[in-house]
Write a protein that binds this ligand. Structure first.
Ligand code: SIN
Length: 186
């Protein structure tokens, strides 16, 4: 799969511009919306674990020195806590651009804290995308995040902002919190 997933996303999930859709954010989309929305509220999805396994050449790193950003890995027992946004379908155009480095839209069920649920979308960078880095020892990942810097700023800001946003939500995420501790120590 090429780096740029914009065309793929529009082809595989055409949506009427007048429609509205729920979008689940689990990374920068939690703490840096930067797009219009009708409503925003915490939500959880099940069967997915958040991992810093996706390379970032365009936001938090460069092609020569990629950073690490989050993607979701299928994990039957896992819960992933994040933020849901109710958006106009036409807002997906700019989001496809923002998430173009390997992320494809998937459908998921979003569970809200009041017990209700809704079908929605999430951007996932799958293992077959060219920017996927995969797992590595925690010290190696922390060092890479500590060093990397891209057009959107230092990679460590991405990680620490995400950790703070999850803490503010009261959300558990051992992987993110362990990496944030390692990077704070550097
Ligand atoms: C997301 O936040 O939902 C996707 C990954 C990212 O943009 O950080």
């Amino acid at each position: 799969m090429s780096f740029d997933t914009r065309h793929l996303n529009q082809q595989r999930m055409p949506l009427d511009d007048e429609a509205t859709v729920w979008l689940f954010g689990y990374g920068s989309l939690i703490w840096k919306a930067g797009f219009p929305y009708h409503e925003r509220k915490p939500a959880t999805i099940s069967g997915w674990a958040r991992r810093f396994w996706q390379g970032s050449h365009d936001h938090r790193g460069t092609p020569d020195a990629p950073g690490r950003v989050v993607t979701l890995i299928g994990a039957p027992e896992a819960l992933c806590h994040g933020m849901a946004y109710h958006i106009d379908a036409k807002t997906l155009g700019p989001l496809d651009h923002r998430e173009k480095n390997g992320y494809v839209r998937e459908t998921v069920t979003l569970y809200f804290h009041d017990g209700s649920h809704a079908e929605g979308l999430v951007y996932i960078a799958t293992e077959d995308n060219a920017a996927f880095l995969g797992d590595a020892p925690i010290e190696t990942m922390a060092e890479q995040i500590h060093q990397a810097h891209g057009p959107s700023g230092p990679n460590r800001d991405y990680l620490l902002n995400l950790a703070s946003a999850l803490e503010a939500l009261g959300a558990e995420d051992a992987h993110v919190f362990a990496l944030a501790d390692q990077v704070r120590q550097r």
